[in-house]
Design a protein around this ligand. Structure first.
Ligand code: ADP
Length: 580
């Protein structure tokens, strides 16, 4: 929980104005359909209003001695208005759902594209939890809203507006009477939203705390029993349940209060309009038909108003989610446009530290010569992986430069950079897809022969035997760590970049096979520049050159023989590893 909060702070959250703009963008992206929905709903609402207005005419008509035919005609119009209203609202609803569905898809695609375009370092900094919530849960919240409640509320809102306009058209003074309850209603809604959002958050927090306490007691049952903590755990559970209950009751009280206010305002509105219409009618200022029409229209205001109010919370939560989604879109990404000349990769006097932390590299320089196999060794925490990240352009140095072909690595467009430099770490992701799809990611135009050759070169005979159409993934063919690593390494061979950085890339493979895979890979990558971060000195022996890193500095640099002869840090490590 603490980590989540800390990382959440690192991603921006859009403010109200930006959320409004994001919403308008969603509307504008499908402008045609949005207008279609608006027109259909408005026409449908117009039909709804036509019914009481025509009814008023009939009432007045009877008084004025209309012929039966004329009365029948207007009654027929009323029936027609009901039928047309039904059809229009159906069409509107359908268009509304279509609009919502598309807007939801657009939102989802937009945020995923944005996240995929973020620099890897930024994604890691943000934390997967927060980004995951934003791209999944938050997008779902907004998508559900756009799809389901959105169209319902939009219909209701338009109906409310049309009904109020109708009261004015029927009689401006009665319209004003109906409007009397609107300001207190808006005030009550605002007050409710302010208090409810906090109460909802508190309720949800209490629920997850209670669940955590319960599951902790369950998971640690043996410890609880061994240390005789039953009583304490029980009390802790009770306390959490108590808090949960209190917060739940608070939400309920707020809701009941608000809906009571709503109910009374609805009643009050009707009473005022009925009283005013009656008074005017008896004073002769109003026809009976007009009074009937105004009252019937007012009666109808309550339903759609309540429909909007019931959904206020949902919309508030939707806005909060949209603010978090839009926050991702607000992350500024520097355009990367530098074009390298050649494939000379080097670090010059770089210092680097993570976040606001201290430097972990101190003026370090490293220049892998084109075509050489450079192995970087050193104790854990020395900065080896950090060097790999700087070379691969994932992070930028604080001072000094990391350049490829004369331009900063971090300024090169990612697609361009990955054609030249590929970093393989211990983290391998295998997609639930066919083996072919998993491999072709590395080189979209590669044919099957090239894919199979790639697999052979990393010693993945099992994959060749299974066939490129084999579905991979936990539910199809689960892969062991070693197999997943082989797929990742095959991708590198298939992508065929000029420079490969291997950060303990074979660490998950058992030592015996790791040797084979490494030898196969070395052969496959012959002629490329390979920078290998090694956890086992075995790999160092066959290197063209070895760089020894200690506490963020390169302390030794040379061939295996040279370094052994020098009798320095590497010599010590080597002898220790040999068990001399
Ligand atoms: P090595 O690969 O040699 O084991 P690293 O490059 O992983 O060393 O780490 C160098 C230093 O940077 C260590 O002190 C480590 O704790 C720190 N470090 C590594 N990754 C991070 C990170 N993501 N955030 C903060 N500190 C980190």
């Amino acid at each position: 929980m603490g980590a989540d909060v800390a990382t959440a702070a690192r991603l921006p959250i859009a403010d109200a104005r930006q959320v409004r703009r994001a919403f308008m963008r969603l509307l504008a992206a499908d402008r045609g359909r949005a207008i279609q929905v608006l027109v259909l709903y408005t026409l449908a609402a117009g039909c709804t209003v036509a019914v009481p207005m025509l009814l008023g005419r009939v009432v007045d008509g009877i008084g004025a001695g209309w012929s039966i035919e004329r009365i029948n005609l207007v009654c027929g119009l009323i029936v027609a208005a009901v039928a047309v209203q039904f059809v229009l609202s159906r069409l509107g609803r359908r268009a509304g759902y279509r609009f919502g569905e598309r807007a939801a898809a657009r939102l989802r695609e937009g945020v995923v594209t944005k996240v995929l375009g973020l620099p890897l370092g930024r994604v890691e900094q943000a934390g997967r939890g927060d980004l995951g919530t934003r791209t999944a849960a938050d997008v779902n919240t907004v998508a559900d809203l756009l799809r389901d409640n959105g169209p319902t509320v939009a219909t209701a809102l338009i109906e409310v507006v049309v009904l109020y306009v109708a009261t004015f058209l029927i009689d401006p003074l009665l319209g004003l009477c109906a409007l009397v309850t609107v300001p207190p209603l808006l005030l009550a809604a605002r007050r409710y939203l302010r208090r409810a959002s906090g109460a909802f958050l508190a309720q949800r927090a209490a629920m997850s705390e209670a669940a955590e306490t319960l599951s902790a007691s369950g998971a640690g049952a043996r410890t609880v029993a061994a240390l005789r903590l039953q009583q304490e755990r029980r009390e802790a559970g009770h306390a959490r349940a108590e808090t949960m209950y209190r917060r739940f009751m608070r939400v309920l009280r707020l809701q009941i209060e608000f809906f009571l206010v709503l109910l009374w305002l609805n009643r009050f509105q009707l009473v005022i309009v009925v009283a005013a219409a009656g008074l005017w009618y008896f004073q002769g200022g109003l026809s009976l038909g007009t009074a009937v029409a105004a009252i019937t229209v007012t009666v109808r205001i309550a339903n759609p108003t309540n429909a909007v109010m019931v959904q206020l919370n949902e919309f508030q939560q939707g806005a909060a989610s949209l603010a978090r989604i839009e926050g991702v879109n607000l992350i500024h990404v520097e355009p990367r446009t530098a074009v390298p000349e050649g494939n000379d990769l080097r670090l010059d006097a770089v210092t680097f530290g993570y976040g606001d932390g201290p430097d972990v590299l101190h003026g370090l320089s490293l220049h892998p010569r084109p075509g050489e196999r450079l192995v970087v060794v050193g104790p854990s925490g020395a900065g080896k992986s950090t060097i790999a990240r700087l070379l691969a352009g994932i992070d930028r140095p604080r001072t000094g430069t990391a350049t490829l072909g004369g331009v900063p690595v971090g300024d090169i467009a990612v697609e361009e950079l990955r054609r030249r430099v590929v970093l393989v770490t211990q983290e391998h992701y295998v997609f639930t897809a066919t083996l072919r799809e998993n491999l072709v990611l590395a080189a979209p135009d590669a044919d099957d022969d090239r894919l199979v050759e790639g697999l052979r070169r990393v010693d993945a005979g099992w994959a060749v035997a299974a066939g490129l159409d084999t579905m991979l993934g936990p539910e199809h063919r689960p892969l062991s760590t070693a197999e997943a690593q082989q797929i990742a390494l095959a991708r590198v061979v298939i992508a065929d970049p000029a420079i490969v950085i291997l950060d303990e890339a074979t660490a998950g493979i058992d030592p015996a096979s790791a040797g084979n895979v490494e030898a196969a890979l070395a052969a496959a990558l012959a002629g490329r520049t390979v920078i290998a971060i090694a956890h086992q000195l075995q790999a160092a022996r066959s290197a063209d050159r070895i760089a020894v890193v200690e506490r963020g500095r390169i302390v030794e640099d040379g061939t295996h023989e040279e370094l052994l002869a020098a009798g320095g840090v590497y010599g010590g490590l080597w002898h220790a590893w040999q068990g001399d």
